[in-house]
Design a protein around this ligand. Structure first.
Ligand SMILES: Cc1ncc(COP(=O)(O)O)c(C=O)c1O
Length: 458
């Protein structure tokens, strides 16, 4: 956009009219938003001309980085050819059809039915409805409960927020709705593992919590278990070895659908097309968004395996669900090109794996910093726990303050790192180079030093 409106005026307009997602508005409006004006590679620029290394790939989504001409060209070509047509009323477009076929190829074998939406949240809403519809078609209308985990994030529509396990985004809206259940502990070792408890024993305890919930509700009432392969926005929690295969076994034992929310973990974030492949499990349902188009277009999808898909595609009743923009041609064109580029670049494969190894090695080095209680990561995901006392895992008070101080320093120093409570996250574009990884971690170290200095000052 060639907008010459001065930054001060934009801030005033924004303060006057723009309700931001997940925002304490008085805090925002006290000084106005930072205005991001352009991006190139792994960098973004703000309206004051500052260059910022985007360690979060936007919101975990810009896999191919900013300024990819091929993606812009794909959008332009579709805009000129067919800017819109729907996929209702027995019509389709070459874009939607080709993308559905491509996703069926990339998802685990047998996941052949693809439904399109525009966001991770609406994909999850769609999955919930399709799961309920499936069990109705099976003549088991009692199976409606969905089991999720405390600290999960699955989106913010009414249903997706109910699915999420974060109280702060539910209480103010009188959520969750009935039918949604959250188990504790989630597989978050740093937060929940007891002193002396092995990873193996912790995995068993996390899985047992799911089994206890299934038995409490009655397996005949449970429709599905949903989980992010690595829990993202709730705190970047990496499951202990054995967790996912044990969950899969449990779902099969009690005839419960296994649903992998791949909105963050899909499209190479963990090194494979989908996070479930990294953990060696085969879900019945996958939801995806974000990296599907590298964030260049709002698009999402639900993939169903034959077990769930076949009864739906052979039902004589109408599957009365869909969106005006399901399979939007421009979004599909961009997603197709994005998937082709992810493939041809080798980012999902050996090149991506080497890069992830280097990223993880640099991340692990930071564990020695006096402010860091733990580092953990997988693929191109990384987290740091900020603590006052490493041995006792004691936090600075009030909880969340250290994270905010650190996030502020990051922005000032030209780095985007996200803070949730006192956990800092990294999820850079997959195209980040080794020298950019070096730059990223030297910025992280500088920001940790500045944060420690501030916290020690009190
Ligand atoms: C795992 C997961 N599911 C769903 C969503 C919601 O996606 P969206 O913000 O596109 O609605 C997110 C967003 O961060 C997510 O991380």
């Amino acid at each position: 956009m060639n907008d010459s409106t001065p930054a001060r005026q934009l801030k005033a307009l924004d303060n006057a009219h723009h309700l931001h997602p997940f925002m304490v508005h008085p805090e925002l409006r006290a000084h106005g938003p930072r205005i991001i004006t352009r991006g190139e590679g792994v960098y973004i620029w703000d309206a004051d001309g500052n260059r910022i290394l985007d360690g979060m790939a936007g919101l975990w989504c810009v896999q191919l980085g900013y300024g990819v001409k091929e993606l812009a060209d794909a959008a332009y070509e579709a805009l000129r050819t067919l800017p819109y047509y729907n996929t209702f009323f027995q019509t389709t477009t070459p874009y939607a059809t080709r993308l559905a076929a491509l996703l069926a190829e990339k998802t685990p074998p047998g996941m052949d039915e693809i439904f399109f939406g525009c966001s991770g949240s609406d994909a999850n809403d769609s999955a919930i409805k399709l799961i309920w519809y499936y069990w109705n078609l099976q003549g088991k209308p009692g199976k409606k409960a969905i089991i999720s985990r405390k600290l999960a994030y699955h989106g913010s529509t009414v249903a997706a927020a109910s699915l999420s396990g974060l109280g702060f985004m539910q209480e103010i809206f009188d959520l969750p709705l009935p039918r949604f259940h959250h188990v504790e502990p989630p597989p978050y070792g740093y937060g929940y593992q007891q002193p002396g408890e092995s990873d193996e024993a912790f995995a068993v305890r996390c899985v047992k919590a799911v089994e206890d919930k299934i038995l409490e509700l009655g397996p005949e009432n449970v429709a599905a278990f949903v989980g992010e392969p690595v829990m993202g926005a709730g705190g970047l929690m990496i499951p202990p070895d054995g967790y996912w295969p044990a969950i899969e076994k449990l779902c099969r034992k009690y005839d419960i659908l296994l649903w992998s929310d791949e909105v963050i973990c899909g499209f190479g974030r963990l090194g494979q097309w989908f996070g479930c492949q990294h953990y060696g499990v085969t879900p019945d349902i996958i939801t995806m968004a974000k990296g599907m188009s590298s964030g260049y277009q709002p698009i999402s999808a639900v993939a169903l395996n034959q077990r769930v898909g076949e009864p739906i595609t052979s039902a004589k009743t109408e599957m009365a669900h869909g969106y005006t923009y399901s399979g939007h041609p421009v979004a599909c064109a961009v997603a197709i090109r994005n998937i082709e580029l992810l493939e041809s670049s080798g980012l999902i494969g050996s090149k991506g794996r080497e890069k992830a190894e280097y990223f993880q090695q640099r991340l692990a080095e930071i564990a020695d910093h006096p402010l860091v209680g733990e580092t953990r990561g997988v693929g191109l995901l990384g987290a740091l726990e900020l603590v006052k006392d490493k041995q006792k895992r004691q936090r600075y008070k009030p909880e969340g303050h250290a994270g905010l101080v650190c996030r502020g320093h990051c922005f000032e120093q030209g780095l985007v790192m996200r803070a949730v409570r006192d956990t800092m996250f990294l999820s850079p574009p997959l195209v980040i180079s080794e020298s950019e990884i070096d730059e990223l971690f030297s910025l992280v170290c500088r920001c940790l030093d500045l944060t420690l200095h501030d916290l020690q000052k009190g």
